[in-house]
Write a protein that binds this ligand. Structure first.
Ligand SMILES: [Zn+2]
Length: 362
């Protein structure tokens, strides 16, 4: 019931993640100073919810922020944290890609820091405008309230909308998901989506006093417009969702290009990698595992497509069990997350891209 409710809707990425891993709140966060004036605001525990890590870069005169969270409440928490750290205003917010957990908080920055600019890749802005903005009101006003009603009814009657019994596990999952939907509807109903105001195709270098900040598109991967933010002197990179741990996300991703993009990431001389979600990384071990996983997925899907398989047959042929053990270990929730967050969307993305030239399909 839980996941079935989402099928066929486009803008469900964050809630899908929440539904799979279940937490009612954005969760506590932890702020770590990575270099003088450079802070990672990490959502804890990693991977529990779909809210992005944030990089805060305090310069001589202003502040640059990488990623803006999903809920206004969580973006406001980060703004409050920035105000504790410095009186300087946020001048630029970089949205690493178009998924809502990285830009729905933009309007909170717009209200707090007049004149702030939102830096996005041209493809990111296009997808925000074409896919996100038309879908959000529908989700907030119609789709999600209907799900909330269905869940409330199921809890009250002990029966799902299809007449099945609400098992104790299902009850627990529905009870966890209800406040998430409610929170999303309450907050996003009043929140405008703010698309990029300063667009990047290849790279943009911000020179802020002694600080050099390189905003770079290293190629397609998790999305067509992934940006990373590199501080060459401090040897830090914010990788966005090109790198997500412990379980990568692969919704409408470009699996054919992704390994090359990750190799471009590895070519940067850095000591600290801040993934889009998950704990800080200090070497490329995890990125190497990601490259192997994505290459194996792409190769297997391609072999199936070359042999004439349809999507269902392709799903049956692809075997990623060794990777499931490596990424998820024995944790049951993580093991099922490996299917719902990576395997299922990755096979579909790769299949669509091989058949139609785009992971969205035609
Ligand atoms: Zn994300």
């Amino acid at each position: 019931m839980a996941l079935g409710a989402f099928r066929g809707q486009f803008m469900v990425l964050p809630l899908l993640v929440l539904a799979t891993t279940a937490s009612a709140q954005s969760g506590p966060y932890q702020t770590k100073e990575l270099a003088p004036g450079v802070y990672a605001v990490l959502r804890e525990p990693p991977g529990r919810i779909s809210d992005s890590n944030v990089l805060v870069i305090i310069n001589d005169e202003d502040v640059v922020v990488v990623d803006a969270n999903i809920l206004p409440a969580s973006a406001s928490e980060v703004v409050a944290e920035i105000r504790r750290l410095t009186p300087k205003p946020v001048r630029y917010v970089v949205n690493t890609h178009w998924h809502s957990d990285h830009h729905y908080g933009n309007h909170v920055y717009q209200a707090a820091f007049p004149g702030v600019e939102f830096i996005q890749h041209v493809e990111t802005r296009r997808l925000v405008v074409e896919r996100d903005i038309p879908t959000l009101p529908k989700n907030v006003n119609t789709e999600y309230p209907a799900i909330i009603e269905r869940y409330k009814k199921a809890l009250a009657t002990g029966k799902t909308s299809t007449g099945a019994d609400v098992t104790p596990e299902l009850r627990k999952s529905v009870e966890e998901m209800l406040p998430i939907y409610q929170q999303f509807v309450d907050q996003m109903g009043k929140s405008p989506v703010v698309p990029g105001t300063l667009l990047v195709r290849d790279s943009l270098v911000l020179v802020r006093g002694e600080r050099t900040i390189v905003v770079k598109h290293l190629g397609r991967g998790n999305t067509p417009g992934d940006l990373v933010v590199h501080l060459p002197k401090e040897r830090i990179v914010a990788a966005g969702d090109l790198d997500v741990a412990p379980i990568p996300f692969s919704f409408y991703s470009h699996l054919g290009d992704w390994p090359t993009t990750l190799r471009n990431l590895k070519a940067l001389d850095v000591a600290t990698i801040m993934p889009g979600h998950g704990p800080l990384q200090t070497d490329w071990t995890y990125v190497d595992q990601l490259i192997a996983l994505i290459e194996s997925t792409w190769t297997q899907v391609k072999a199936a497509v070359d042999a004439g398989a349809d999507l269902e047959a392709t799903r049956k042929r692809v075997n990623l069990e060794a990777f499931r053990d490596r990424f998820a270990g024995t944790d049951e929730r993580r093991r099922s997350g490996f299917t719902s967050l990576f395997v299922t969307p990755a096979v579909e993305s790769a299949f669509n891209e091989l058949k139609t030239g785009t992971p969205f399909g035609k």
